[in-house]
Design a protein around this ligand. Structure first.
Ligand SMILES: Nc1ncnc2c1ncn2[C@@H]1O[C@H](COP(=O)(O)OP(=O)(O)OP(=O)(O)O)[C@@H](O)[C@H]1O
Length: 676
């Protein structure tokens, strides 16, 4: 039965239930008295009340049923009454959107958060009145994505009632007419895609939406001026292929020419056509005249000749620059070949010193990344760390470097920067296809999300061939070394292991939560990427850098990739499960071609559970019950089905419970020792 508090029962009826229950069942249960609107209500016999209560309890709809009704109506408009293409995917009155997992609906605690129906060829209407007028739905809905259908808009101005929307993505449809001004009331909006429609008229005052990060309005018929956005907040902006006119606002040069192309009346940087200055021709305020007018044709011939001369001079300079650059590249190629040969010869399994002095081979291992010193020195982007204030690319080049190791995606060097009095670890990644722009956006976004147990990059450098990431050097190695290394001085006991497990889990929960909408998971979680700082606290390194295919398009995940990025978060859960297994078994993630998860599952299946645990742990007297509990968490994480894997927050909760159990038993045993 649906709990009483979830039914919408009028206050007066509640009062009557109170009276009845007072009389018959629970003398203590009370409801506040009320003044009924209809006087006769108080006089109806009790049995009538009982019947009406019974009827009410059976007819009142749950919240989800109310959502369902609205969504079914929304769908019938969207699909021109032909319903969802596959009735087995929901969107019918006989199922529930969250409980029955309707296609395109994502819920959180029975509230509809995302509606994503891209590319279904719907040809009806997005009726914003239907969708946004039910308050509880409007207050929970965060993403509405209907890209690449053939829909039109209806009552679009009422979209403002869906006030929690962070993503409104309706690109690739048949929306006509003006964009309603009410859209600028969607103050939580981060991503607005209205591209590839037939919108016309001027844009409303969208800069009012202060959090907007993505704005795509290309391929429409918008007219008028481009509003003065705060471009520093925007990571993606495109108004190309419209009829915008006038000057691009000053700050618009933040984006390249492609964001503005094919607006014949638009002028100013970054476009090549200069705006027509009113001083040059009083009669033509903004756009250049089509033909020279008779009266001032001489002046204009002079002016155009001037332009041609300037053009020729610029062309000459460009050719000169290209020539010099070609020459420099040849020299560099020669130098690189020399150094690459040295670099390769220096690579040993671990910790080989590759400090190279000036003279002879004059570069450090790091310096092989230098393409053109004068150019790259300005390209090293230092993030917000006080540790490396004033760090320049040259400092990295000059400092002695030591190869720490070479992983699947690149090499890591230890670099001691005397000028800053600090030691850094520089990761050099090759062949990462992410564009420089996306890489920068990603790094900046990651820099905004700080957690004490996640190691931030302090600087980075990006060129087409390679990316450099600069971290503070962590002196105590990695979790991998702690588990699998042969140092005997560092006892990695049960308490330390459960502490490390719960700290990493909590940090991942934080990062997943903050970067959920950006779709940025860790992507390459493993014990060698868990470093230990001077206090032996674990630090997750390289968060968000190994971009899985679907992540590298943009820092702001499009809802198209929403499902995919959700999977990436679940990949982190799997990887975390493997780390738990490494800590529990003391075994490597891959052993003689057999992966650890499969081995553990096989052993557990044979009911030899105790066999899986690290002998050291058993020797130290760690609680078998809690080890088994942690093993169960790990097994849940490495479930082959991503759907069946728990979210990181559930994992963290389970581990915290084990740790608390551990802490309590430590307290009790401490107490019993004291009382002995
Ligand atoms: N900031 C750092 N401080 C100290 N050691 C580091 C730091 N970053 C990485 N390392 C160590 O450098 C070595 C090489 O790291 P790298 O990331 O290249 O290897 P990997 O993690 O095995 O592979 P990949 O991340 O490329 O898949 C590892 O032993 C790692 O623990």
């Amino acid at each position: 039965m649906i709990p009483l508090h979830k039914k919408k029962i009028p206050h007066c009826i509640l009062h009557q239930i109170g009276l009845i229950t007072n009389l018959i069942i629970i003398p203590t249960l009370e409801f506040p008295p009320c003044v009924c609107q209809e006087p006769s209500m108080m006089q109806i016999p009790i049995w009538t009340s009982v019947v009406s209560i019974f009827l009410l309890l059976n007819t009142a709809k749950s919240q989800e049923e109310l959502f369902r009704d609205v969504l079914v109506e929304f769908m019938s408009k969207l699909s021109n009454n032909s319903g969802f293409p596959d009735p087995n995917m929901g969107w019918t009155s006989s199922s529930l959107p969250c409980k029955d997992k309707w296609r395109g609906i994502t819920c959180d605690q029975k509230k509809v958060k995302y509606i994503v129906l891209d590319g279904f060829s719907f040809s009806g209407f997005l009726d914003a009145r239907v969708l946004c007028n039910m308050q509880s739905l409007a207050e929970s809905l965060q993403t509405l994505s209907l890209k690449d259908n053939g829909i039109h808009g209806e009552n679009l101005e009422e979209i403002e009632n869906c006030s929690q929307l962070t993503q409104l993505l309706i690109g690739g449809n048949n929306f006509l007419g003006s964009l309603p001004t009410s859209i600028s009331q969607l103050k939580n909006l981060k991503s607005l895609d209205i591209s590839r429609n037939k919108f016309s008229g001027p844009l409303p005052d969208l800069p009012e939406i202060s959090d907007l990060e993505v704005f795509q309005a290309q391929n429409n018929q918008f007219i008028g001026a481009i509003p003065n956005f705060d471009y520093s907040e925007l990571s993606l902006f495109n108004v190309s292929n419209n009829n915008f006119s006038g000057e691009i606002p000053d700050r618009g040069i933040h984006f390249d020419i492609n964001s503005y192309l094919n607006n014949p009346q638009l002028c100013g940087a970054p476009l090549s056509n200069k705006c027509w200055s009113p001083l040059a021709s009083q009669s033509e305020p903004s756009a250049p005249p089509d033909k020279p007018k008779d009266g001032n044709s001489n002046d204009q011939i002079l002016m155009y000749s001037g332009y041609i001369l300037i053009g020729l001079a610029v062309l000459f300079l460009i050719l000169l620059w290209l020539y010099k650059r070609g020459k420099r590249n040849d020299e560099k190629l020669e130098a690189d070949n020399r150094v690459a040969a040295v670099d390769d010869s220096m690579i040993k399994p671990s910790f080989s010193t590759v400090e190279l002095k000036a003279g002879g081979i004059s570069k450090t291992g790091i310096s092989t990344i230098s393409a053109d010193q004068s150019m790259v020195s300005s390209s090293l982007i230092v993030l917000t760390s006080p540790e490396v204030n004033g760090l320049r690319f040259e400092d990295l080049l000059k400092a002695p470097a030591e190869l720490l190791g070479r992983g699947n995606h690149g090499s890591v060097y230890k670099v001691s920067c005397e000028a800053q009095g600090t030691t850094l670890a520089v990761k050099r990644i090759k062949d990462w296809t992410i564009s420089s722009h996306d890489f920068k956006q990603r790094m900046r976004r990651l820099d905004q999300v700080k957690h004490p147990n996640v190691l931030p990059a302090v600087a980075f450098y990006s060129s087409r061939q390679e990316k450099l990431l600069v971290y503070e050097y962590q002196p105590n190695g990695s979790l991998f070394r702690l588990i699998h290394g042969n140092q005997t001085d560092q006892a990695f006991d049960w308490e330390s292991r459960i502490f490390v497990a719960s700290t990493i889990a909590d940090s991942l929960v934080f990062m997943h939560d903050k970067l959920h909408y950006d779709g940025i998971a860790h992507g390459n979680l493993k014990s060698s990427n868990i470093l230990l700082n001077t206090n032996m606290d674990p630090l997750i390194s390289e968060y968000g850098l190994m971009v899985v295919d679907n992540q590298d398009r943009s820092i702001i995940s499009s809802v198209n990739s929403f499902q995919a990025s959700k999977e990436n978060f679940k990949e982190d859960v799997y990887a975390f499960g493997v780390i738990l297994l490494e800590m529990l078994t003391g075994k490597m993630p891959l052993n003689n071609g057999l992966d650890l998860a499969s081995w553990v599952l096989a052993v557990v299946c044979e009911e030899w559970t105790v066999e899986v645990f690290d002998r050291n742990l058993i020797g130290q007297g760690a609680s078998e019950e809690r080890m088994v509990n942690l093993l169960q968490v790990a097994i849940k994480c490495v479930n082959k089905s991503t759907e069946a894997r728990p979210g990181m927050n559930q994992v963290a909760l389970m581990i915290r419970a084990i740790k608390e159990d551990d802490d309590r038993s430590a307290d009790v045993s401490g107490l019993s020792i004291m009382t002995r």
